[in-house]
Design a protein around this ligand. Structure first.
Ligand code: BG6
Length: 490
């Protein structure tokens, strides 16, 4: 659909920005906070870029009032942040730490005072280390009541002052990185364990949603999912089928559970054949079916492109001579190896039509519209974009950061978002990632996303000065005019 003029953003649209506790707070062992799995992981040599940690991060814990002041200056209508579970309950399941709770109480009050809607994420990857040590973390159902207790504590403390709640941030990413690729804690590389842990996270998510609906009937809650549309590389029906598989594998495996309470049918068959399907009891089924999110948080950075997997349809041509005969999962030419070897359903490839960021992430604003349309069509829940942004190597030159490339990136994405609204998608808000520069989990402090430059680098916290970038003024003006100037692209 092409338009001469786009629909306005809704009058109460939540223009926001986002962050996560471990990436901004610092104060990692202050005021009674317990260690999280990210503290332990980042403190272990070799795990992160140049050994960077969130020990200080951008020290938001001590700069909170200043940061909220800048948010107000930016004109934010919403700020999405996460609570560090081990700041509130240091061992994950025992006594509440009043000082930890108080930090978030002050943050929420400061936001409200400045007319900024708090959007609270319950879990952005920093599981209390004590729960990892005692139970094996998300691999044990014992974590579910601990999570429920933590959620109850926050619902009771902030149910009156926070309307929008996010349960899990990018469950697909933290389970994949933590249990498949082994480059996030707990650093496991075992897909069977990944599917089992993921199922337990689903149960925790459903438990939290049901508890929320009981305790905070006036609020709204949903998970934030890292969504990417999947394109077939060509019109070859085999590639189209591979894209269908990848969509199940990358998206529906989570979204169907959140929204329909069940795992997608074909992929369930595939995992059962591969002996990887997690144990799902009747009680689990009932729990998953009973918990309905009020909205879906969508984190959008890029989609994916796939082609048929040659394992399912072995090639007959001369290329075959390049194949290794020893490893059944490496029977493909290099560069075409299945990225998900236990489920040979597709191969991920680079999209020849798309440019990439400094970090090799595809830049695909049209994919944003595709994503919003696909998810809304399928689940008909209000959508909230809880992350979208550009990671770049910003430079401070003469006290300024001219991040025109970020403005261009964001403007293109805001345009396709407005097109999606014109198409009919029910969108309640947009939180750019991120408000200020923060710690990028595996890329240290050189991969910057914020509207506010923070003067620190990988080697030193320097003076942590906050310096608004050029994009700060751009976003300010966009918010003031409710995106009125954004019109269809050429
Ligand atoms: C999302 C996460 O996956 O992407 C954020 O929710 C993260 O926490 C963001 O920072 C960008 O990822 P990265 O690796 O560029 O920092």
């Amino acid at each position: 659909m092409y338009y001469d003029k786009l629909k306005d953003f809704p009058p109460n649209f939540l223009w926001g920005a986002a962050s996560a506790a471990y990436q901004v707070e610092g104060a990692y062992a202050e005021d009674g906070k317990g260690p999280s799995i990210w503290d332990t992981y980042a403190h272990t040599p070799g795990n992160t870029f140049k050994g960077t940690t969130g020990d200080v991060a951008i020290d938001h814990y001590h700069h909170m009032a200043e940061d909220v002041g800048l948010m107000a200056k930016l004109g934010l209508k919403a700020y999405r942040f996460s609570v560090a579970w081990s700041r509130v309950i240091p061992d994950g399941e025992g006594a509440v730490n009043p000082a930890g709770l108080d930090f978030y109480r002050r943050l929420i009050a400061e936001l409200r005072k400045n007319g900024i809607e708090p959007v609270l994420t319950l879990y952005h990857w920093d599981l209390p280390q004590a729960l990892q040590d005692k139970y094996g973390g998300w691999e044990s159902r014992a974590v579910i009541p601990a999570f429920a207790k933590y959620c109850r504590t926050l619902f009771e403390a902030f149910g009156d002052s926070v309307k929008y709640w996010v349960t899990m941030n990018e469950q697909n990413v933290f389970t994949g990185m933590g249990y498949r690729w082994g480059n996030h804690p707990p650093k496991v590389q075992d897909v069977r364990r990944m599917y089992a842990a993921n199922h337990i996270v689903n149960l925790a998510n459903a438990t939290a949603i049901n508890l929320f609906h009981e305790l905070v009937p006036s609020g709204l809650i949903g998970p934030s999912f890292g969504y990417g549309p999947v394109y077939p590389l060509t019109g070859d029906p085999n590639d189209v089928l591979a894209a269908l598989n990848a969509d199940d594998f990358n998206n529906n495996w989570w979204l169907d559970v959140y929204c329909r309470g069940e795992y997608p049918y074909f992929m369930r068959q595939q995992l059962t054949r591969a002996g990887l399907m997690p144990e799902v009891t009747d009680a689990d089924d009932q729990l998953l079916k009973s918990a309905k999110p009020d909205f879906l948080g969508i984190n959008y950075y890029h989609g994916g492109t796939v082609q048929q997997n040659r394992l399912e349809k072995p090639v007959q041509d001369a290329e075959q001579k390049d194949f290794s005969a020893t490893d059944p999962y490496l029977m493909q030419p290099k560069g075409e190896q299945a990225q998900n070897p236990e489920v040979p359903m597709f191969n991920s490839v680079s999209n020849p039509y798309l440019q990439k960021t400094d970090w090799g992430w595809e830049i695909d604003p049209v994919g944003f519209r595709v994503a919003l349309r696909q998810v809304y069509e399928k689940y008909r829940l209000p959508l909230f974009v809880t992350e979208n942004g550009l990671g770049a190597k910003d430079e401070l030159v003469d006290g300024q950061v001219n991040d025109d490339y970020r403005i261009a990136y964001l403007e293109d994405h805001v345009r396709t978002m407005k097109e999606a609204i014109t198409d009919g998608v029910d969108l309640i808000g947009y939180c750019a990632w991120s408000f200020s520069d923060i710690l990028s989990w595996l890329n240290g402090y050189r991969k910057r996303y914020g509207f506010v430059f923070v003067d620190r680098d990988d080697d030193s916290a320097k003076d942590l000065r906050r310096i608004p970038k050029k994009s700060f003024t751009w976003y300010h003006d966009l918010i003031q005019t409710n995106g009125a100037a954004i019109q269809p692209g050429k």
